[in-house]
Ligand binder design. Structure first.
Ligand SMILES: NC(=O)c1ccc[n+]([C@@H]2O[C@H](COP(=O)([O-])OP(=O)(O)OC[C@H]3O[C@@H](n4cnc5c(N)ncnc54)[C@H](OP(=O)(O)O)[C@@H]3O)[C@@H](O)[C@H]2O)c1
Length: 207
């Protein structure tokens, strides 16, 4: 599958490395052709293209900081018909949620990308887990939210290939729940001294 990742930071690099191992064709769409992150992924053999070429893929992943979302999407141009994975979390500089309850980053991304098939995913665990999910004793979960069932099936498969149990969390409005869940992961990791080598998983009782 052709995957373009907008952003080559912690999340972009982890997902790109993971999916390349699974045989996908990963390209980075970046705001500058050179710089720390661009040079790193280029040295790893990834193709780097401009933001306006982001739409040349089956799947476009948004992995930029929240304050950059609107600018990055505007530069990318129309993503109509594309599966857009929104991995962002709407965080302020103080690491608090910038919005919630009646809106989400996922829904904001959908409003900014008319006719794109937006799926919220890859926001509820640390970047360090994204290409190492197979290393956990139990499968970490990867909740997905979106309004396009077919797009969610594609994203679920991409999550499962990386070693996650994909969990359909429902409509895109469920991003309002997944973004605070990411906040909980951040709180445990940094304020509660869990460190970053943990992930959430779902366990079930037999009866
Ligand atoms: N870090 C995590 O563990 C984690 C986990 C889940 C979700 N998230 C979310 O995922 C997103 C990315 O996080 P990250 O840790 O990967 O961030 P990061 O390491 O800071 O990387 C951000 C990337 O976005 C690019 N970028 C910044 N401003 C841009 C703009 N105006 N237009 C286009 N590209 C721009 C940066 O470009 P340059 O390369 O040019 O600097 C960089 O490649 C955030 O929304 C974050 O909340 C993070």
């Amino acid at each position: 599958m052709d995957i373009t990742i907008i952003g080559a930071g912690n999340v972009g690099q982890a997902l790109g490395a993971g999916w390349r191992k699974c045989g996908h064709d990963v390209v980075y769409a970046l705001r500058a052709a050179s710089g720390k992150n661009a040079d790193t992924v280029a040295a790893q053999g990834f193709r780097v293209v401009s933001l306006k070429e982001a739409a040349d893929a089956d799947v476009v992943v948004l992995a930029v900081p929240w304050p950059a979302v609107a600018e990055a999407l505007q530069a990318a141009g129309s993503l109509a018909g594309k599966i857009v994975i929104d991995a962002t979390n709407p965080l302020t500089r103080e690491l608090e949620l910038a919005l919630g309850f009646n809106d989400s980053a996922g829904e904001t991304v959908a409003r900014l990308t008319p006719a794109a098939r937006v799926v919220k995913a890859f926001n509820t665990t640390g970047a360090g887990n994204m290409a190492t999910a197979h290393a956990f004793a139990a499968k970490p979960m990867m909740p997905l939210a979106g309004d396009d069932a077919e797009a969610k099936t594609v994203v679920a498969k991409l999550a499962e290939e990386l070693g996650f149990e994909a969990i359909d969390a429902g409509r895109l409005t469920a991003a309002r729940l997944l973004e605070p869940l990411a906040m909980f992961w951040i709180k445990l990791a940094y304020a509660q001294n869990f460190g970053r080598n943990f992930a959430f998983s779902v366990i079930r009782r037999e009866r």
